[in-house]
Design a protein around this ligand. Structure first.
Ligand code: 13P
Length: 252
């Protein structure tokens, strides 16, 4: 099965108007200059920049996504943003269940599942993040933890068109420590085998599983080349158009 890779930048809580728009324009320029690029490209800026970045990227072929959404469509939820609102300002994707949200905001698998369902209902692709901590890996619980998170976070109706999985080992995020190709492939292949049980073989075969955690130009090629790695969710290295693009160019 050949899956079209997705290279997604998660800007996290970085960027003011001027530099955020400049970064988006830089990515758009690079995308336009490389019409034959064999992957999809997405950027996920902070909420404050979404509308401006969506405008800056219009017609460029680079998609825009949110970093989180609320599970409800609207209502009394101060400070939150719904998937419908994201869709309304031009987003096509939303990240749900990032480990930083799970840690900073106590998001459980059930919460992540409800957010992913809301994303689907709004017509967005949900990028569902899972991944073990270092303590869990050291305890030999990596596969079990990812299995539980995957099962608990995927809503009814998840399929390859509306869902992307991001495997982000927590110990590799922002640490400069990347999973080895063997570690990444082991977990990605395991996730795909679990997906077969959850969404069926056809959808599991088509569903993209991204790697995230200190992916950078120097290590992207070997990770993206792995059989069950279908692109990357990139934090730090997505904040410079040159670095982000150097990663995207590894997609054959
Ligand atoms: P870094 O690439 O900065 O390690 O972040 C990865 C990540 O959390 C992407 O969602």
């Amino acid at each position: 099965m050949s899956r079209r890779p997705l290279i997604a930048g998660n800007w996290k809580m970085n960027g003011l108007s001027a530099d955020g728009i400049a970064l988006a324009k830089g990515v758009a320029e690079k995308r336009k200059a490389e019409a034959a690029l064999a992957c999809d490209v997405l950027v996920c800026p902070p909420f404050t920049l979404l509308a401006d970045v969506a405008r800056a990227l219009a017609g460029s072929g680079v998609a825009v996504g949110g970093q989180d959404c609320h599970a409800k469509v609207s209502g009394a939820h101060t400070g939150d943003t719904s998937a419908t609102m994201l869709k309304d300002i031009g987003c096509s994707h939303v990240i749900v269940g990032h480990s930083e949200r799970r840690t900073d905001h106590g998001e459980t698998d059930a919460v992540v599942k409800a957010k992913a369902a809301a994303a689907h209902a709004a017509g967005l692709v949900a990028i569902v993040c899972i991944g073990e901590t270092l303590a869990q890996r050291d305890d030999g619980r990596t596969l079990e933890v990812n299995k539980t998170q995957l099962k608990g976070s995927l809503p009814e109706g998840a399929n390859a068109a509306n869902t992307v999985i991001a495997y982000e080992p927590v110990w590799a995020i922002g640490t400069g420590r990347t999973a080895t190709p063997e570690q990444a492939q082991e977990v990605h292949a395991f996730i795909r085998s679990e997906l077969v049980k959850l969404v069926g073989e056809t959808e599991a075969d088509k569903m993209r599983i991204l790697y995230g955690g200190s992916m950078k130009p120097e290590n992207a090629a070997q990770l993206i080349a792995l059989a069950d790695v279908d692109g990357g969710l990139i934090g730090g290295a997505s904040l410079k158009a040159e670095d982000f693009w150097a990663i995207a160019r590894n997609c054959a």
